[in-house]
Design a protein around this ligand. Structure first.
Ligand SMILES: Nc1ncnc2c1ncn2[C@@H]1O[C@H](COP(=O)(O)O)[C@@H](O)[C@H]1OP(=O)(O)O
Ligand SMILES: [Mg+2]
Ligand SMILES: [Mg+2]
Ligand SMILES: [Mg+2]
Length: 328
């Protein structure tokens, strides 16, 4: 990568930080402001507010860049959801965003409406782990830039993950640029970025894995069988969202398993892109369950991949081999 991506990095860090702080405000006040999407998954004022501010910032800085975002404003435009839209407007007004009229908010959200692959695009999950967000547990704001099918920049805002090596619940902002390493910044405090690295564990008996809280997103029974086969005895760490990638990248777990619960599900690119680069730049390895690289040039889904396996690198090939043998 000869380009420095400095402007992209600064724009992305500023936007994700702002969105993460908005999410934190909404999470601390959360009541029952949830919409149900067509696929029955929840979406909140914070998901829409986060997508609005990030897409607005990206559009201002890089008007030509398509954004493949998770949410769209279609449902917000219906009269039955006017009150919900007004709440987003009120939230963005309180956050000091300029001119957040209902129309502008919908326009900003829909900047994230690209669906197809292009040579250079952003992908955004305004809140990854909405279920964790609603439980007041882990969630992440995830943004990545993909150029010619390769993830070149990833930013992950994790408002409820403590800064590595510190206790307070102040939250952490992670970023990685291809070829330049993975870093953590406190979400609120000004500080030099701290380089993060995966563990050097090469023995499964000393390893710990993490996985989804939701057994509907990743099979807990299969991960347990695999753990037994490999001699992993430590309890898994269960947490929502791409925070799992951050936990592996900063060496707090050695493995993240995402094992399919049904054959037809295809992972979405915004659920992985930022996390993948973070782990790779921290020295780790990411593939699907068959050991194939994740392909980010197939549109909004990882069409040619099934599940995801993330490790510190040392444990990767043996883990994939055991998965193969288990033939789930
Ligand atoms: N059957 C499934 N398998 C894997 N991931 C899923 C499945 N259904 C939903 N998801 C996605 O898992 C992500 C959360 O993952 P985690 O459990 O690791 O926190 C969400 O983005 C969610 O997408 P969606 O936004 O459509 O709900
Ligand atoms: Mg969702
Ligand atoms: Mg989401
Ligand atoms: Mg998600």
């Amino acid at each position: 990568m000869t380009e420095t991506l400095e402007q992209e990095l600064q724009t992305a860090l500023l936007a994700v930080r702002q969105a993460a702080l908005i999410c934190r405000t909404v999470q601390s006040a959360i009541t029952d402001e949830v919409l149900e999407k067509k696929d029955k998954s929840p979406v909140t004022i914070a998901d829409f507010s986060s997508q609005a501010v990030i897409c607005r910032a990206l559009h201002n800085a890089f008007p030509e860049d398509p954004i493949i975002g998770e949410e769209d404003a279609a449902e917000l435009k219906g009269p039955e959801n006017r009150e919900f839209l007004e709440k987003i407007v009120a939230e963005l007004t309180a956050d000091g965003i300029q001119d957040p009229t209902p129309e502008n908010v919908c326009t900003w959200i829909d900047y994230g409406g690209a669906k197809t692959y292009s040579d250079r695009f952003w992908t955004l999950d305004p809140i990854d782990g909405t279920k964790g967000f609603l439980r007041k547990e882990q969630y992440a704001v995830s943004l990545a830039l993909i150029v010619e099918g390769k993830i070149v920049l990833g930013v992950l805002g994790c408002p409820n993950l403590p800064f590595p090596g510190e206790n307070p619940t102040a939250g952490t902002l992670y970023y990685a640029i291809a070829g330049q390493g993975a870093y953590a910044l406190p979400l609120v405090r000004e500080q030099e970025p701290k380089r993060i690295r995966v563990t050097t564990t090469s023995d499964f008996s000393e390893s710990r894995f993490c996985e989804s809280v939701e057994s509907g997103h990743s099979s807990h029974s299969h991960s347990q069988q695999l753990a037994e086969r490999l001699g992993i005895s430590k309890e898994p760490r269960r947490l929502d969202s791409q925070a799992k990638y951050a936990v592996v990248a900063q060496g707090e777990a050695d493995i993240y398993m995402r094992l399919p619960t049904r054959p037809g599900y295809r992972e979405k690119i915004w659920d992985h892109a930022a996390g993948v680069l973070l782990v790779e730049e921290a020295g780790g390895e990411v593939t699907d369950i068959h050991g194939n690289p994740l392909q980010f040039d197939q549109g909004y889904e990882l069409k040619n991949n099934q599940g995801v396996i993330v490790t510190n690198g040392h444990l990767h090939s043996l883990l994939i081999q055991s998965l193969d043998e288990l033939e789930f």
